[in-house]
Design a binder for this molecule. Structure first.
Ligand SMILES: [Zn+2]
Length: 219
């Protein structure tokens, strides 16, 4: 994909986050790699509906500005820490999805009780320790959890998902939010039934294999 195609995909994903109710107003933020060490990020506090490619900000992996007039998202450190730590990650989405945020506030992982969770997320979604929003410490803490997982909860805050590209990170955010809602409802009905070990053994390795190969998997 060309740089302008990546930027347009980022804007489309930002609008989809809003449409799906995974963020409110100008909350949440997105980033995607343009090359090995160039990253495009959403700007700070700017409405997604009005956002164009000219509003986006390009930095290097250390956050030095390269393009753009607007200040980058206040969670820049969070995005760059994930992209610096894991070269196979191409995009990062931070959202405030409702059910995922309920788990984040309760500081409970979202369990892997659905087969597609193993395949697309790599297992349960863990909870990163609480660190102040916008801090380098939050970035480091969150980045350490996405080495073998496509999503992590940020304690008392929200959700972060990663992918080979922005569409994959979006798909993970939606799947995690939907699963959080299913688990919440299933617990209201009774105890969760775990997946059989044989199923976990079969599906659990698929996520990292796909991530390393650059594949997107089958629907
Ligand atoms: Zn946030």
């Amino acid at each position: 994909m060309s740089a302008s195609e990546v930027k347009q995909a980022l804007i489309d994903a930002a609008r989809e986050l809003l449409r799906r109710g995974l963020v409110e107003g100008t909350s949440g933020n997105l980033s995607a790699r343009l090359s090995r060490d160039r990253v495009v990020l959403t700007p700070s506090s700017y409405p997604y509906e009005r956002m164009t490619a000219n509003d986006l900000v390009v930095t290097d992996l250390d956050g030095n500005p390269l393009e753009g007039e607007r200040p980058p998202t206040s969670e820049k450190a969070l995005h760059l820490a994930c992209l610096r730590a894991h070269s196979e990650i191409g995009a990062v989405i931070h959202s405030h999805a409702l059910y995922s945020s309920m788990f984040a506030v309760a500081r409970q992982p979202i369990p892997c009780v659905i087969e597609e969770f193993d395949v697309y997320v790599g297992g349960e979604v863990p909870v990163a320790d609480y660190r102040m929003t916008g801090s380098d410490e939050l970035g480091e803490e969150v980045a350490r959890h996405v080495g073998d997982r496509a999503a992590v909860l940020m304690a008392n805050h929200g959700l972060l998902s990663v992918g080979r590209d922005i569409d994959e990170a979006m798909k993970v955010a939606s799947l995690v939010e939907r699963t959080a809602r299913i688990v919440w409802g299933a617990r209201a009905l009774g105890e969760l039934a775990p997946l059989p070990d044989s199923t976990r053994e079969r599906f659990a390795p698929i996520y990292m294999a796909l991530r390393r190969s650059g594949g997107q998997g089958e629907e």
